[in-house]
Design a protein around this ligand. Structure first.
Ligand SMILES: [Zn+2]
Length: 464
């Protein structure tokens, strides 16, 4: 991007907050007003809205149906001269549902309040749809000659549903193939004073491993309980897991991430971050782990996490059941296998009458998210993200990051295409905690900064 003079930026922002918002903010308001809660999603409504804006600017539009009526994927392509392979921006149209009575505003009205846009998807990921769309439309409006195609994708079913990009890639990989891609993922976190503390770009996602723990006992009349009751046995096994903490396992990107936090924090936290990465003293590492783990996000990205999510036992009040089951969801550091986790959990539970295994095919509530290899930071796109973050947020460190959950990046990463994840707007910890929760919101001025960041990045990698 062409760096703007700071006071001009501030003037512009003050004006935009008072009256009409920026084009990105205006677009986000429109997107929020289309309810794409999934299920059912109704992503096609959003695709049509965007296609009507993109087509007149010269984008080739394709809309791919799925077996579900009203659920489609949009792929918009701005053609380059073909001398380099495409760059792709992946975003998703669907949002998770809402607990409407817990919101202070209508989640689908697109409300501006105190410098924020409120609404479901403001962060995840309609804000990103708006930023990516506005950045690619700016390329088209400015008639930038391109050496590579710029592909903008708006996906269906990203929020844990079946007709997602992995499904689409089975038949339409040619349309999604690219040299590298941007997706949701890392965070641009603000300090309490509003300055950007760091920019984290995800290069890998944690994987999801689901296991079923089954405790066995004697099935009998509830009037004559025996010592081997399955439900008590399961409860004891769960209690052992509750008291257990997995060891920190730092990947190359999480090491760099925590060192960035060490440099951008005040003592004593700066020392804890440093100790976690570098200390040879197990007591110092354990203390650092304890202090850092008060932040649930940081706790999660440094280790395999264990969470019981479903329980199943018994069928009537006068029968002691012969077995009791708990479904355990593990969010794992890439490279961890189900077998590794089965062995670790068996060691902790230490009861031969408790089995731990992968669930039967088609078991209730099990989502499969496989691990894909991390993307290299040695690409032109990663370099451009770092350069442009430096222009928009001078002085803020940029670090690779292991995303704490799963995204649809695996459709590309599993085929060897590097994907970099970013929620392209500075937010606070408070804003982050509202994602998938109540009163989700994004700061209006962050949307314009994010658009400049993504536009500048695209200019650097795609302009002739
Ligand atoms: Zn998302």
């Amino acid at each position: 991007m062409r760096p703007m003079h700071r006071p001009l930026v501030l003037l512009f922002l003050a004006a935009s907050a008072a009256s009409a918002a920026s084009p990105t903010a205006e677009l986000l308001l429109e997107l929020i007003r289309v309810d794409t809660s999934n299920p059912p999603g109704n992503e096609n409504k959003l695709d049509q809205l965007l296609a009507a804006k993109l087509r007149p600017l010269g984008f080739e539009i394709q809309i791919f149906p799925t077996p579900v009526a009203g659920k489609t994927h949009l792929i918009a392509r701005l053609k380059g001269d073909g001398s380099a392979r495409p760059v792709l921006l992946a975003s998703h149209a669907d949002v998770v549902g809402v607990e409407r009575d817990k919101w202070s505003v209508d989640p689908f009205a697109g409300v501006i309040k105190e410098g924020y846009i409120y609404g479901r998807g403001a962060i995840d990921f309609k804000g990103g749809v708006a930023v990516f769309a506005e950045a690619v439309m700016r390329l088209a409006r400015n008639k930038i000659p391109l050496k590579r195609d710029v592909i903008f994708m708006v996906e269906a079913d990203e929020e844990g549903m079946p007709y997602n990009t992995t499904w689409l890639a089975q038949s339409q990989w040619d349309q999604m193939n690219c040299e590298f891609a941007l997706n949701e993922g890392g965070w641009i976190m603000k300090r309490p004073d509003g300055k950007v503390r760091y920019v984290s770009i995800s290069t890998a996602d944690k994987s999801s491993i689901t296991l079923v723990m089954t405790a066995h006992g004697t099935s009998t009349h509830s009037s004559m309980p025996r010592p081997d009751q399955a439900i008590f046995r399961l409860a004891k096994a769960l209690a052992r897991l509750a008291d257990y903490q997995t060891k920190p396992e730092l990947t190359a990107s999480t090491r760099q991430f925590f060192l960035t936090l060490a440099k951008t924090s005040e003592p004593p936290m700066s020392q804890y971050f440093f100790d976690l990465v570098n200390s040879k003293d197990p007591a110092a590492v354990a203390r650092a782990d304890r202090e850092i783990s008060r932040d649930v996000l940081l706790h999660a990205i440094m280790r395999n996490t264990i969470a019981p999510v479903l329980l199943n036992a018994g069928f009537r009040s006068n029968v002691i059941p012969g077995s009791a089951e708990a479904t355990i969801n593990i969010r794992a550091i890439p490279g961890t296998t189900p077998e590794d986790m089965i062995a670790e959990l068996k060691r902790v539970v230490a009861d031969p009458d408790v089995d731990i295994a992968v669930p039967r095919a088609g078991a209730r509530g099990v989502l499969s998210e496989h691990s894909a290899p991390a993307s290299s930071t040695g690409t032109e796109l990663y370099r451009a993200l770092v350069d442009n973050a430096g222009k928009v947020w001078p002085g803020a460190p940029v670090t690779p990051y292991l995303f704490q959950a799963g995204t649809d990046a695996m459709a590309w990463r599993n085929r060897g295409v590097p994907v970099y994840g970013i929620y392209p707007y500075p937010i606070s910890n408070d804003d982050l905690s509202r994602m998938h929760g109540n009163d989700e919101r994004v700061p209006i001025d962050s949307l314009e900064q994010g658009t400049n960041f993504v536009y500048g990045t695209l200019l650097q990698v795609a302009a002739k």
